[in-house]
Design a binder for this molecule. Structure first.
Ligand code: BG6
Ligand code: MG
Length: 224
């Protein structure tokens, strides 16, 4: 079995629960446009890029907009979202996330962030965990959205680790598919029925440690 040399983490829904802020901001936009969408619809926006999210929402409202109008709408939503995330505090790191990433680093496992969000740096800074990641690949550095593996392959490349020696942690179906498409093992954060393609599914990073991770393969560089 391939050794585990690096762990690559999605941000929204894995390290922090920013999905609720995305939801509030998109809902406000939809409401201003004269319609609403449900929390269930919101599930379909997880892991999806800003532009793709807007297109889905406009579809739910039965609206079609020009590219210029879409740009204005996406900016309007993002400004509300940024207002919310700039108020985030270290208390908003999800249970077990900081501890698990720290334990990876202590064991000599390299760590990367692999997120579609262009706001990743702001969030990491506000919750005080930028230093936990050796490499950060975010929405500003990739052009192909998940399930394309670009974000994770770039992370692996910058870490100097082969894809087959990486494990991806993801809460979105598209994210697990991206890991599979990149030839990486994956841990799903959420429900086993939704994330069926993941090698292991847990409810959150408070449910894993290095011993449990080693069911996916031997951990290399474990500090004595
Ligand atoms: C992903 C979220 O991490 O980032 C999506 O799961 C979001 O919901 C996407 O649309 C893009 O985020 P941002 O911050 O660049 O608008
Ligand atoms: Mg996510």
């Amino acid at each position: 079995m391939n050794t585990i040399e690096a762990c690559i983490f999605d941000l929204d829904g894995v390290i922090v629960d920013t999905a609720v802020y995305h939801y509030q901001a998109w809902k406000r936009l939809a409401n201003e446009l004269g319609f609403d969408f449900t929390e269930e619809d919101n599930e379909k926006l997880k892991g999806v890029s800003r532009v793709a999210s807007l297109n889905l929402i406009l579809g739910w409202g039965g609206l079609s907009k020009t590219e210029t109008e879409k740009e204005e709408l996406a900016t309007r939503k993002n400004n509300w979202y940024v207002d919310m995330i700039t108020k985030m505090t270290p208390a908003e790191v999800l249970p077990g996330a900081r501890e698990f990433v720290e334990s990876c680093k202590q064991a000599g496992i390299k760590t990367a962030l692999g997120s579609a969000s262009k706001n990743s740096a702001t969030i990491l800074d506000k919750v005080g965990i930028s230093h936990l990641f050796d490499v950060v690949i975010d929405g500003n550095k990739v052009s192909k959205p998940k399930p394309d593996p670009e974000v994770f392959l770039k992370g692996a490349e910058d870490l100097g680790v082969k894809p087959q020696n990486c494990v991806v942690f993801e809460d979105a179906i598209a994210g697990i598919e991206a890991a599979v498409n990149g030839g990486m093992r994956s841990v799903g954060i959420g429900s086993p029925s939704t994330l069926a393609k993941a090698d292991l599914v847990i409810s959150g990073l408070d449910q894993i440690n290095l011993e449990k991770l080693s069911v996916l393969g031997p951990i290399s560089h474990v500090a004595g």
